[in-house]
Design a protein around this ligand. Structure first.
Ligand code: NAP
Ligand code: ZN
Length: 348
């Protein structure tokens, strides 16, 4: 079936309308009519081939929320009409030690991304959620239990939510801990909400003075404008954990120096250009760690969605028609988004 979508034909071309092919519903497949799709900075990095390796045409979008319109004969978990989501993955090998542990994002054979991943479907690579519908293997479909009226604001949980939830859980963030969230964008604003809900003392770091008040409202106990050296110095050697979501190259020492002994700075931002090498002295003298984390597994993504539904957590969004996508990318590049653009899929 052909459906309407928006995608790019080259790194230096704007997104444009296109018709894309979706496979017939197989025995294990779920067909989803997309209601909303969040706009992740990874979409922009990929469309503009900032990481290299983008295959065109490129239809991005991995924060998908919508409703089931058909299920295959072998599908028991979903039925027509269910409210569901799809995140960054649509397949993995299902038999390596990572998949066995429910950590499909670390699949030994490489997971299949929701876009720009290898597939048998036309045109040979996956096409994402900037489209009217998608067909996805049931194992990679998530149940959404938030009220229907919140669906647009739930979409960003599928990437921004899980990418911050997973490291906060892995490093056991909770009451009694001082936790930093760096960069108040799509990921960062979810990181603040989630770390706050997990009971930590949350400090938000931003380069934007204009986000100070918002950060408090999102759940930060303290807000630091990271360009202010005096404000930064007050927090030296005091953090258990810092989650860094910044999408651009910057000096990491400014944050490792804020960790206590044995503290960890975990990077989830993937800038186009590398960060300057961190100071080894800063690491060895306090046994500090710099780590990385990639989205989250399917089981944990479901756990995150249920946690958010239970705690009334959704994303702060600005809804856009698909025709405004290039403008949205330009604003995201400048850090001018409060705090996630979401495409209204009725506008295709
Ligand atoms: P975003 O909405 O653009 O937010 C990034 C934030 O970083 C900005 O709002 C800004 O916050 C800060 N920032 C941007 N440029 C900066 C600069 N030059 N100097 C200092 N701070 C800057 O992006 P996002 O969607 O949250 O994604 C963030 C990064 O995570 C991207 O690189 C994305 O590809 C990556 N990502 C990784 C994973 C994973 O699995 N690891 C998953 C999804 C996304 P302030 O205004 O507060 O400073
Ligand atoms: Zn993403």
């Amino acid at each position: 079936m052909f459906v309407r979508a928006f995608g790019a034909n080259a790194a230096d071309k704007p997104l444009e309308p296109m018709n894309i092919f979706r496979r017939d519903v197989g025995p294990d497949d779920v067909e989803i009519k997309i209601a909303y799709c969040g706009v992740c900075h990874s979409d922009l990095h990929t469309v503009r081939s900032e990481w290299g390796g983008t295959i065109y045409p490129c239809v991005p979008g991995h924060e998908i929320a919508g409703h089931v319109t058909a299920v295959g004969s072998g599908v028991t978990k979903f039925k027509i009409g269910d409210t569901v989501g799809v995140g960054c993955m649509v397949d993995s090998c299902q038999h390596c030690y990572a998949c066995d542990d429910g950590l499909e994002q670390y699949c030994e054979h490489g997971f299949t991304g929701t876009y720009n991943g290898a597939t048998a479907d036309e045109p040979g690579h996956t096409l994402g959620g900037y489209a009217q519908s998608i067909v996805v293997k049931d194992k990679f479909v998530l149940k959404i239990s938030h009220p229907e009226a919140q669906l647009a604001a739930v979409a960003p949980l599928l990437c921004a939510g899980i990418t911050t939830y997973s490291p906060l859980r892995h490093w056991r963030v909770g009451p009694g801990q001082k936790v930093g969230i760096v960069g108040i964008g799509g990921l960062g604003h979810m990181g603040i909400k989630l770390a706050h809900a997990m009971g930590a003392h949350v400090v938000a770091f931003t380069t934007s003075e204009s986000k100070r008040q918002d950060a408090h409202e999102l759940g930060a106990d303290e807000v630091v404008v990271s360009k202010d050296a005096d404000e930064m110095a007050k927090h030296a050697n005091s953090f258990d954990f810092i989650l860094n979501t910044v999408a651009a190259s910057h000096n990491l020492d400014a944050f490792t120096n804020l960790l206590k002994r044995d503290g960890t700075l975990t990077l989830v931002g993937v800038p186009e250009h590398p960060h300057p090498s961190p100071s080894i002295f800063s690491l060895i003298f306090k046994r500090r760690s710099i780590a990385g984390s990639l989205i989250g597994g399917i089981t944990e993504t479901q756990e995150m969605l249920d946690f958010c539904a239970e705690h009334g957590i959704v994303s702060e969004i600005e809804m856009i028609p698909i025709q405004k996508i290039d403008e949205a990318y330009d604003r995201m590049q400048k850090g001018d988004v409060k705090y996630r653009f979401v495409i209204d899929s009725a506008t295709f």
